[in-house]
Design a protein around this ligand. Sequence first.
Ligand SMILES: Cc1cc2nc3c(=O)[nH]c(=O)nc-3n(C[C@H](O)[C@H](O)[C@H](O)COP(=O)(O)OP(=O)(O)OC[C@H]3O[C@@H](n4cnc5c(N)ncnc54)[C@H](O)[C@@H]3O)c2cc1C
Length: 404
Amino acid sequence: MTNETNDLSHLTVLISGASVAGPALALNLARYGARVTVVEKAPALRGGGFAVDFRGHVHRGVLTDMGIWDEIHARQTHMGRQTVVGADGSPRVDLPAEMMSGDVELFRGELARIMYERTRDRVEYVFGDSVASLTEDADGVDVTFDKGAPRRFGLVVGADGLHSLTRRLVFGDESRYLRFFDHYVAGFAVPNHLGLDRTGRIYSEPGRAVAVGNYDGDPDRAGAMLVFRSERLSYDRHDIAAQKRILRERFAGMGWETPHVLEALEETDDLYFDAIAQIHVDRLTKGRVALLGDAGYGATMGGMGTGVAVVGAYVLAGELALAGGDHRTAFAEYETRIRSFAKGCQKISGNAGPFFAPATERRIRSRDRMYRLLGSRLLAGFFRKLTEKAATDIRLRAYPPARG
Ligand SMILES: Cc1cc2nc3c(=O)[nH]c(=O)nc-3n(C[C@H](O)[C@H](O)[C@H](O)COP(=O)(O)OP(=O)(O)OC[C@H]3O[C@@H](n4cnc5c(N)ncnc54)[C@H](O)[C@@H]3O)c2cc1C
């Protein structure tokens, strides 16, 4: 006997976090009629972030089912070749587009906006608030908030990122789950003073790198990414001025375009700054609470965190529908289906820091030599294979068709 249904209207779900994973789950659940509330700490939907990408038939199939493939396609950026340059800007080695971009890429903020716009009339979004406590009993979860009145939900999903509060409240301290990869990464918008047109430049000095890229052909705007090698830093993640200070100190005296990039850093109000790290939990669900996206299996750079988060959201909602809303069955299926998929994607992401910011001058030279030897075409094929294998390494079940 099956409880399969496409009507989850009896289910109330609180999602913490409205970046990628949160709105993706909200969209998938709303299609089955579930009553969804999303609480986001930021005062409004956050823009910013680099271009994120999708690749392979699994991502495409999921996004098509979610009804957003065409819009993503219409808003895609087209980053082309990236070139490693010397201090004077002279090219050292070309990296093929396939190395950094997938079949389709778009700005993280745009992706979040697409899913938010699709759901805002069916999903309750509460900005500028956060869960304060979660108390579960046999039939539901009592939730208190920093600002709003206490409420009760059937299920709670933590889609609140690498430093998830939901994970801390229910599964334990971050130090148990976060693996630090000895590097930090920052991203923000800069003026396109290099006149780049859908191309990028990467400049490395020992233990630090600055990359500037123009993703979308906008003649005025580019994105900067800063990577540096470091011991674990202690700083307030909500203190943007402190993060800018760290970056200023770490990149002081660096050559190439760095002074211009640091000038733009002072102006930016959408700084992304985080450790290059991965999340490894022993379980993704506990009772009526589940972790989704970076909160459960974050991989920072190169691990296709966005694709995994969207597939995770699709599977979680689909399994709830297949199980007629029974979270015990659905959560168990979600665990087994997503865990090894996410692990495979994490596996290919551990080297981003040393790739951008090799620790010594010698390693910088050997990185450049190796990539030059491999040549652009060979590299392109290799990276396409490697990433596509990880991105498609999941067999999706046929979930009940959506109601709307
Ligand atoms: C503004 C921004 C820029 C980013 N830029 C990059 C980038 O340039 N490169 C990169 O590799 N990755 C970036 N990321 C991370 C990237 O989006 C994720 O790796 C991936 O898309 C998976 O998304 P996620 O929704 O699981 O987590 P995230 O994108 O990290 O989203 C988590 C969301 O939860 C919210 N949140 C956190 N704590 C709480 C709380 N207590 N209560 C309610 N809400 C909470 C956050 O504000 C955020 O909106 C960025 C994320 C954000 C939010």
